[in-house]
Design a binder for this molecule. Structure first.
Ligand code: ACO
Length: 324
């Protein structure tokens, strides 16, 4: 018995914003953004569309591609840091209603950009324990609503989007082989979204900070070390070596971070699947969007071994090994 990702889906909103577009209102340039981050474009959600709408579109996409009825889903997990509401209802509940998944439980998972990696291990354990037979795992983000669009050091980095996978128990040898999940709460002040929680309730005094705060240099240094630690730990616990992995599918935060990981670990850079140029950093959606793109391009064959790795606010970090 194993755990198999039987299909992938994705959705990005239609509005495309290039680096050049940003440079018209911000003191930045296509050259700076590309050379410091690898980002060329991002998609931005129009007014009236919410995180649950992007998530529901990505869900409909994977359901259509796999010929699955929403009524056959037992559990919906939405990994997000930008849910429709602060607290409740969960975005997963809103998705459940939107797609008509009448038999599904639903909850959100909060691990910022590492949310999809945490979600894969969570979904696998619901399946292994047999409390669910079919799990819909979605990463969905609308970071454009929590950015300060006058702060060039953060707003150029992020984009909106959603990616979804459908996961089932299988009789073949596909599996989620190993996961490593880690956190470093002592780094929580390096990356946060301060308003709307109990720390500074939005309805009372002026929020601590309405938009995302990021100490880019600290996050950069953390990210490189954290990803190398996870890759090494996944290799050690699985007994696999780098040549066994067809691709490393990393969280798409910054191409420079991935290049630094490649250089320090000795893993060739072309083993890392990268699409940050097109979407920017879509947080918990970045890995499922990448998996869907790889799937649609025919890059994934049954039996391929993939390694995911990522990091995010919390601070959280982790990775999974998947036999496709
Ligand atoms: N355009 C032009 N100049 C800029 C821009 C911009 N968009 N942004 C910053 N600069 C300037 C700065 O003002 C600074 O100018 P100064 O030297 O005159 O003061 C100069 O560029 C260098 O700034 P640094 O911040 O030192 O630039 P750095 O090379 O460190 O790159 C970056 C900044 C890209 C943010 C980098 O630190 C980084 O990638 N950090 C990690 C970010 C990350 O991955 N975040 C995702 C977290 S995941 C999650 O959970 C949300």
């Amino acid at each position: 018995m194993g755990i198999r990702i039987i299909g992938t889906g994705a959705y990005v909103p239609p509005k495309n914003v290039s680096n050049y577009d940003l440079s018209l209102t911000l003191d930045t340039s296509d050259e700076w953004i590309r050379s410091h981050t690898g980002v060329g474009n991002r998609y931005i959600t129009e007014d009236g569309m919410q995180c649950s709408d992007l998530a529901a579109e990505s869900a409909r996409n994977v359901l259509a591609k796999t010929g699955t009825s929403a009524k056959d889903i037992d559990l919906i997990i939405v990994a997000t840091a930008t849910s429709d509401y602060s607290g409740f209802p969960s975005t997963a509940c809103l998705v459940q209603e939107k797609i008509g998944a009448s038999s599904a439980g639903a909850f959100d998972l909060s691990a910022a950009c590492t949310g999809f990696i945490y979600g894969l291990e969570t979904a696998a354990n619901f399946l292994r324990s047999k409390s669910s037979n079919r799990v819909l795992l979605i990463g969905s983000e609308v970071f454009s609503r929590i950015l300060d669009w006058t702060d060039r050091s953060t707003c150029v980095l992020f984009g909106d989007g959603a990616g979804a996978v459908l996961i089932e128990i299988t009789e073949d040898d596909s599996d989620m082989l190993f996961s490593v999940l880690r956190s470093k709460g002592e780094g929580s002040s390096y990356l946060y979204h301060g308003s709307g929680g109990t720390y500074r309730p939005a309805a009372n005094e002026k929020p601590l900070r309405e938009n995302i705060y990021m100490n880019g240099r600290e996050v950069y240094n953390f990210a490189v070390n954290a990803c190398i630690e996870i890759i090494n730990e996944l290799k050690k616990s699985s007994g696999l070596s780098q040549k066994d992995f067809k691709y490393i599918v990393p969280h798409q935060a910054n191409a420079k971070i991935l290049q630094a990981i490649s250089k320090r670990s000795g893993i060739p850079v072309d083993v890392f699947y990268m699409n940050i140029e097109h979407y920017a950093n879509t947080s918990a959606a970045s890995i499922p969007i990448a998996l869907n793109e790889m799937n649609e391009k025919g890059l994934l064959e049954r039996g391929d071994i993939l390694l995911t790795v990522g990091f995010g606010g919390g601070l959280t970090y982790g990775g999974n090994i998947i036999r496709w």
